[in-house]
Design a protein around this ligand. Structure first.
Ligand code: ADP
Length: 191
């Protein structure tokens, strides 16, 4: 399943149900962990599909950054993935929503979007960061992701033309569909 949303200035948001490792984009955001050590979920899928080169690069980066706080990201090449870069972003672990999780999740998206723009990427794909093992409820997480992406595409993007939200499963796709429809309808500059 796939839907395209046109924004002003020929910017686009694409919503896809599927596996992020199979979708071409200049940059792929990964839901990594603070240790940059690889894990399950989308992180495991990205390392499996991308091959060992990505972990080799992380092995070199890890000592220089230590444990990465939530909201931050590091870039590697994309190995065998259909992309130029992977941005390994650390989402917040959900602890009820009053421990800075919304701000950290928003920062994750802003960090990756800026990294993409700095590298002259035209497109970047995102999974639903923090909504798996880290336990962030899907709906508030979608509202944050969508708000940050719309604001970036509208006000700050120089190179990025398209942001691709890749949702794993029909339920996750439906949450994004509803949230995007609402966000774009209430955004006066989207009309
Ligand atoms: P986190 O630890 O940040 O919660 P997870 O990988 O556990 O990260 O989950 C993040 C989201 O990614 C979840 O919604 C999960 O369903 C989704 N996901 C898992 N595998 C893939 C994949 N191959 N492509 C896209 N999304 C995926």
């Amino acid at each position: 399943m796939e839907k395209l949303y046109d924004l002003p200035n020929s910017r686009q948001i694409r919503l896809i149900e599927g596996d992020i490792t199979r979708i071409s984009a200049d940059a792929i955001a990964n839901a990594a962990n603070s240790g940059l050590a690889g894990g399950g979920g989308v992180d495991g899928a990205i390392h499996r599909a991308g091959g060992p080169e990505i972990m080799r690069e992380l092995d070199e980066i890890r000592p220089t950054v230590g444990r990465l706080p939530a909201g931050q990201a590091v870039a590697t090449s994309a190995g065998r993935l259909p992309a130029k870069f992977v941005f390994h972003a650390v989402g917040p672990v959900y602890r009820g929503g009053h421990s800075g999780e919304p701000e950290a999740l928003a920062e994750c998206y802003r960090t990756c979007l800026s990294m993409a723009d700095e590298r002259s990427c035209r497109s970047i794909s995102f999974p639903a960061i923090s909504t798996g093992i880290y336990g962030y409820p899907a709906e508030p997480a979608a509202r944050i992701a969508i708000r940050e992406v719309i604001s970036f595409l509208r006000d700050r993007a120089l190179h990025v033309q398209e942001v691709i939200f890749v949702q794993f499963g029909a339920a996750a796709f439906a949450v994004y569909e509803t949230t995007l429809a609402y966000a774009l309808q209430v955004d006066p500059s989207a009309n």
